[in-house]
Write a protein that binds this ligand. Structure first.
Ligand SMILES: Cc1ncc(C[n+]2csc(CCOP(=O)(O)OP(=O)(O)O)c2C)c(N)n1
Length: 386
């Protein structure tokens, strides 16, 4: 490709700031990084039990297996669309594991690992992308994991509004670990160009809300590279709003955990908002409607495959003596999960096409009636299907 998305004849690289040194606790070989730069975080990592470390691996593997299976189900006509999370598991699992039960999490639409850590049934997500539900779940019944948001960036405003509410209720900075609440919101590099997101930063900074902005910079907003979104590393945008900001290696689950824990604790204690930019990569397509080979190179893809978050963490666990039997048992659990998701998806009722028209306006509308009729005729043209 010889021109950027705007056709300006510049070919931006996909990475916003290859020269920066994000916080990294595990290198790609799974070796713990001991240095002045990591000293602040090492005690937190050393305090983690073997079981907690194993749970990080389990979360990542189960999510990836679910993600693959949902992609297969979409290809087989069971889902209208699938949004892959492959490659972003470490950013998601580390940050989600750093939250407390009373915290509130506001996702975009790719946060399958975050949802699973917070107790989402994977079939909740399937039902949403299959058209069986227009919402998905009740956040109060899903450990405060809020609804997927397809309108880019709008969840950051919801999160900031919620965090302002937490502040008004006085549910932070009390010193009570079961009461003090923080909010975390997830969004992408493309979303940082949205007005909503910038307004969320302003309100958060002005009102010193108890919240963390967690940006997964997966290098692409569909076909637009991050270098077109911003001429400066994105975490510096947060700094510009007066929000302390940190760039991390988003494929390092320990960095994601340790930095998010620090920042959520600071927000809960009344220190105001924080911003984390997790440098990661969307290994798959943007969605199943996208063909990334049209806009990115295989060399770039392979350079990120080599930084796979699960491989890296497995190497780390093995270096600590974790056995083959453990990894095999997680693999087996992942396969069981995929089978269960498949079975329950196939048992779901056929989505009710009419419901998408029913919820557009409160009263009937001739344009909607026209579209309803068109779809009904189109469906009938296939004859009876089961
Ligand atoms: C307000 C709005 N504008 C445009 C879109 C269309 N759209 C869907 S995804 C997307 C790219 C988002 O990229 P990014 O924020 O980097 O998140 P990613 O999908 O990479 O996780 C766009 C422009 C939308 N859904 N909402």
């Amino acid at each position: 490709m010889s021109s950027d998305a705007m056709g300006h004849g510049v070919r931006p690289t996909a990475e916003s700031d290859p020269g920066a040194a994000p916080v990294q606790l595990l290198d790609t070989a799974g070796v713990l990084q001991v240095s002045d730069a990591t000293a602040e975080f090492l005690p937190v990592i050393e305090a983690l039990s073997d079981d907690t470390l194993r749970s990080f691996h389990r979360d990542m593997v189960l999510t990836r297996r679910f993600d693959d299976e949902a992609g297969n189900l979409q290809r087989q006509g069971q889902l209208a669309l699938w949004v892959p999370s492959h490659g972003q598991e470490a950013a998601q699992v580390g940050s989600a594991r750093a939250t407390r039960p009373q915290d509130h999490l506001f996702p975009s639409y790719r946060e399958h690992a975050v949802g699973m850590v917070r107790g989402i049934d994977p079939v909740d997500v399937v039902r949403l992308l299959r058209g069986n539900t227009h919402g998905g779940w009740d956040p109060a019944e899903r450990q405060n994991f809020h609804l997927y948001t397809l309108v880019i960036g709008s969840q950051t405003l919801h999160a900031t509004g919620y965090a302002m509410g937490v502040a008004i209720d006085g549910d932070y900075a009390t010193g009570d670990p079961e009461r003090d609440t923080a909010v975390i919101t997830y969004f992408g590099d493309g979303a940082t160009s949205q007005g909503d997101v910038n307004e969320a930063f302003i309100f958060a900074a002005s009102f010193q809300t108890p919240q963390v902005f967690f940006l997964q910079n997966n290098q692409w907003a569909i076909s637009v590279p991050v270098a077109t979104q911003s001429r400066t590393p994105l975490y510096l945008r947060g700094t510009g709003f007066g929000i302390p900001s940190t760039q991390i290696d988003g494929n390092d689950v320990l960095a994601s955990y340790a930095v998010t824990l620090r920042d959520m604790d600071a927000a809960r204690a009344g220190g105001g908002p924080r911003f984390i930019e997790a440098m990661t990569y969307r290994i798959g397509a943007h969605t199943t409607s996208d063909d990334p080979t049209k806009y990115r190179t295989d060399d770039e893809l392979q350079s990120w495959v080599a930084r796979d978050p699960i491989v890296r963490f497995e190497l780390f666990l093995r270096s600590r003596g974790e056995s083959d039997a453990f990894f095999a048992s997680i693999e087996e659990e992942a396969n069981d999960l995929a089978e269960d998701v498949r079975k329950r998806t196939l048992a779901l009722e056929k989505p009710d096409n009419d419901s998408m028209f029913r919820h557009v306006y409160s009263e009937r509308h001739p344009r909607i009636d026209e579209q309803r009729e068109w779809l009904s005729n189109y469906e009938s043209s296939f004859g009876e299907t089961s």
